[in-house]
Write a protein that binds this ligand. Structure first.
Ligand SMILES: C[S@@+](CC[C@H](N)C(=O)[O-])C[C@H]1O[C@@H](n2cnc3c(N)ncnc32)[C@H](O)[C@@H]1O
Length: 338
C-alpha cells in the first residue's frame, strides 16, 4: 500500500495516481508544465514536451481524470495554467483545457480565479500588451464542496476594520428623512427604518464599508433585473438596501507578485501567498492536500504551514530533493520559533 500522507513521491503523476485509493485526498492544487514552455529535463514522460497541442491536452486530461477519482466528494481541484503565443497568436490553451475538463460529469468549474501579477515579466514585443494574468481553475467534485469564505483573504477584512476612514456621525440621516416623507405604509416605514439602523451599525462596526438605499416613489428603478431582484424588493417592500462590502467582497481576482525565493532553483514557482489562501478557502486543518506536479514543493510547504497534511508527486529527482530540503528547513524554522 502506497503511503501518501506527508510524502513526496518520485515518478510520473499518472502512474503514481493510479495507485491511490478512490476519494483519499481533500484538495488538489497544482500547476502542470505549460505547453512547450520549458524543458524540465524529464524526457518523454515529462508533460509539456508533446509535439502537438492535442497530445498535450490529452495527457493533461488523463491526469485530471485521476485527480477527480482520488478526490473526496467534499473536495476540489485547482489547476493553474499559463497561456503562450504560437506563431504570434495567443493559444488559449488554458481555456481549452478548462472547457474539456468542465465537460467531465464528475467535476464542475466553480470559479476561474485570476492571478494579477504585480511584477510581470516585461517583453520586447512593442505591439502587444504585457501578459500580467494567469488563471487558477477551481473545480468541485460535488455540490457539498468545502468552502470557507471567512478564512479566505481574512487579513484584508482586518485592514478594512481597522482603517481610519470612520463613517460620519450623520450616516444614513438623509434616508430617515426620505423614508418619513415617502408614501410607504406605516408598517413599511417601520421596517425600512429598522433595516436602515442595522446597516448603520454594521458600517460603524466596520463590517461593511457603506450602503445605498432605494425607496419606492423616490428613487428610480433599475433597468431590467430578475424576478426577486432589487426592483421587486422595492415594489413589494417599499425599499431595498445595497450593502457595500469594500475589501471584504471576495472577488475572483487575487493580486500577488511573482515570487523569487532565495535557495529555490526551480524555474517555475507559483506564489505561496495564493496557494495558502486557496488552502484556507478549500480545506480545513488535518485535511490532505495533493500536488501531482509538485516542482519545488510550494503547495506542500503551504499545506504544512497551515496544519494540513501534504502529498507531492514529482518526476524529476532533483526537484524531489529540493522539496524535501525545503520541508526540512521549514520544520527547523518552526521548531526554532516555537
Ligand atoms: C510548473 S512546475 C510546478 C512548480 C510548482 N508549482 C512550484 O511552485 O514549485 C511543473 C513540474 O511538473 C514536473 N513534471 C513534468 N511532467 C511530470 C509528470 N509526468 N509527472 C510528475 N511530474 C511531472 C516538472 O518536473 C515540474 O517540476
Amino acid at each position: 500500500m502506497l503511503n501518501i500522507k506527508n510524502a513526496i513521491i518520485r515518478g510520473d503523476s499518472l502512474q503514481i495516481l493510479k495507485q491511490f485509493e478512490d476519494e483519499c485526498v481533500d484538495l488538489i492544487i497544482t500547476s502542470p508544465p505549460y505547453f512547450q514552455q520549458r524543458d524540465y529535463g524529464n524526457g518523454e514522460l515529462g508533460i509539456g514536451n508533446e509535439t502537438t497541442e492535442n497530445d498535450y491536452l490529452e495527457n493533461l486530461l488523463k491526469v485530471f481524470n485521476e485527480c477527480i477519482r482520488v478526490t473526496k466528494k467534499t473536495g476540489s481541484i485547482v489547476y493553474n495554467l499559463g497561456d503562450k503565443y504560437l506563431n504570434g497568436k495567443l493559444s488559449l490553451i488554458p481555456y481549452k483545457f478548462a472547457i474539456k475538463a468542465n465537460e467531465n460529469n464528475s467535476a464542475f468549474l466553480i470559479n476561474q480565479l485570476t492571478w494579477a501579477k504585480l511584477n510581470p515579466t516585461p517583453r520586447q514585443e512593442k505591439r502587444k500588451l504585457i501578459q500580467a494574468t494567469e488563471p487558477f481553475f477551481i473545480f468541485a467534485k460535488s455540490k457539498d464542496y468545502y468552502f470557507d469564505l471567512k478564512n479566505y483573504l481574512s487579513h484584508l477584512d482586518d485592514i478594512n476594520k481597522n482603517s481610519n476612514n470612520k463613517p460620519s456621525e450623520n450616516l444614513g440621516k438623509k434616508y430617515f428623512q426620505l423614508i418619513q416623507n415617502s408614501d410607504l405604509s406605516e408598517n413599511e416605514k417601520i421596517k425600512a427604518k429598522h433595516e436602515l439602523n442595522e446597516v448603520i451599525n454594521l458600517t460603524h462596526k466596520g463590517e461593511i464599508v457603506g450602503f445605498r438605499m432605494k425607496i419606492r416613489g423616490i428613487h428610480k428603478l433599475a433597468y431590467g433585473g430578475q424576478d426577486g431582484g432589487r426592483n421587486n424588493q422595492i415594489k413589494n417592500n417599499g425599499f431595498t438596501i445595497i450593502k457595500i462590502l469594500g475589501n471584504r467582497m471576495k472577488k475572483d481576482v487575487i493580486e500577488s507578485p511573482v515570487e523569487i525565493t532565495k535557495n529555490n532553483h526551480h524555474p517555475a514557482v507559483y506564489p505561496s501567498y495564493i496557494i495558502q489562501e486557496l488552502i484556507k478557502l478549500l480545506s480545513k486543518e488535518g485535511d490532505i492536500v495533493l500536488d501531482p506536479f509538485c516542482g519545488s514543493g510550494t503547495t506542500c510547504l503551504a499545506a504544512k504551514a497551515l496544519g494540513r497534511n501534504f502529498t507531492g508527486i514529482e518526476i524529476n529527482s532533483k526537484y524531489v530533493s529540493l522539496t524535501n530540503q525545503r520541508l526540512k528547513q521549514a520544520s527547523i524554522q518552526q521548531e526554532f520559533f516555537i
